[in-house]
Design a protein around this ligand. Structure first.
Ligand code: FES
Ligand SMILES: [Fe+2]
Length: 385
């Protein structure tokens, strides 16, 4: 827990966060420090990304025993690997001998063992220490396995939780709306784009959460989506809601037309809606009648983020000879880039001494819900700091 807040700075921050936590009509946006302060980013790494369930990959990203993927968040290096028993497990990507970082590659396939590059201790895919070079292994090898990290899956997404007291993922997502009509576990990724943006990760989440900016910035999106049709849903783990497609359109894409129609089994009332949800802290789900769009925002610095954007479609569409994702990929890449430019503008504003907390427009209810959730968390951390 970083302690580099003076009492005055902390009291000032808490007062400003109280203003964000007020009801929408009186509330004020978050203070600039949450977008610029390294000390607050360190708190987020420790208290939020270090304790929350985080969606890091899809279950089918690692096809067989020994296939692995590494991930880094706030300096914590994580190894996710499929075992001989085909179970996925997550570990801290460091050796139990003298702590060497184990695997550098972002992903790959191991050949029978995890081997430390330093003194060549080896571990099984299940994390057990199997060989310590030039020793008789007369120490308690059972206690020298790789340090495990909690891992669970939901809707085909693999979540990890770095916290020492991680509760169950199912419980933490229990209040999500019923998404079963979208067959999340069956969906297949058709594309991924990684964006690096010069803005705090929360600015990207806030931008995702409103369409107040859409008429001015997204002419292609505004042609297809009824911008005032949204209504608001909120739980402990999420906020968001649906927006209606304008008459004559069947999906969000350059053409606005879905050649293959809605995914099989989708309830009829979802056919004209796109549901957007932010699942705290950093997972954004865009549920379209015929595809799923996912954004994940990862902090790299107080003023820099890595945004992973992925598109998923049902297997019956993927297998159809008429399937072509270009229409949706082009649409969202264009929209994303329009949004990142806005996010970077806000980041530049947050670095200014002239920044003042502003009011929320009624159309920014989801932004306020996210900011309020965040302000509550940050206030708790500051009280206990
Ligand atoms: S640090 Fe890994 S074997 Fe020594
Ligand atoms: Fe936007």
């Amino acid at each position: 827990m970083p302690a580099n807040f003076t009492a005055v700075a902390r009291a000032d921050l808490l007062a400003r966060l109280r203003a964000t936590r007020a009801p929408l009509a009186e509330a004020r946006t978050l203070p600039r420090a949450v977008y610029t302060s390294k000390a607050i980013l360190d708190l987020e790494y420790h208290e939020l990304f270090g304790k929350a369930w985080l969606a890091v990959m899809r279950d089918d990203d690692l096809p067989g025993a020994g296939s692995f993927l590494t991930h880094e968040i706030g300096g914590e290096r994580i190894l996710i690997i499929r075992g001989e028993d085909l179970r996925l497990r997550a570990f801290h990507n460091i050796c139990r001998h003298r702590g060497s970082h184990l695997i550098d590659a972002a992903r790959g396939q191991l050949q029978g063992e995890i081997r430390c590059p330093y003194h060549a201790w080896t571990y099984g895919y299940d994390g057990r220490l199997t060989h310590a070079s030039r020793t008789a292994l007369d120490f308690a090898t059972a206690e020298l396995g790789l340090t495990p990290i909690a891992l669970d899956t939901f809707g085909g997404f693999v979540f990890i939780n770095l916290g020492p007291a991680a509760g169950s993922l199912a419980e933490s997502l229990a209040d999500l709306p019923d998404l079963s009509g979208y067959r999340l576990s069956d969906l297949q990724r058709v594309h991924r784009v990684d964006y690096e943006i010069n803005a705090n990760w929360k600015i990207a989440v806030e931008n995702y959460s409103e369409c107040y900016h859409c008429p001015a910035v997204h002419p292609q999106l505004s042609r297809i989506s009824d911008l005032v049709s949204g209504h608001f849903e909120e739980g402990i783990s999420f906020n968001g809601g649906p927006m209606r497609l304008r008459p004559g359109f069947s999906t969000m894409s350059m053409s606005g037309w879905s050649k293959l129609g809605p995914m099989r089994g989708l309830p009829a009332d979802k056919g004209e809606l796109v549901h957007y949800y932010v699942v705290y802290p950093n997972l954004m789900l865009g549920l379209h009648p015929d595809y799923l769009l996912v954004h994940r925002a990862w902090p790299h610095a107080a003023d820099r983020s890595h945004i992973v954007c992925e598109w998923f479609v049902p297997p019956e569409h993927r297998a159809d000879p008429a399937f072509n994702a270009d229409d949706i990929l082009e649409f969202w890449d264009l929209t994303n880039r329009q949004d990142w430019a806005l996010c970077e503008r806000v980041q530049r504003g947050a670095t200014s001494m002239g920044y003042r907390e502003g009011p929320y427009h009624p159309a920014e209810r989801c932004v306020h819900a996210f900011d309020k959730w965040y302000a509550e968390q940050l206030s708790d951390w500051l009280w206990s700091a």
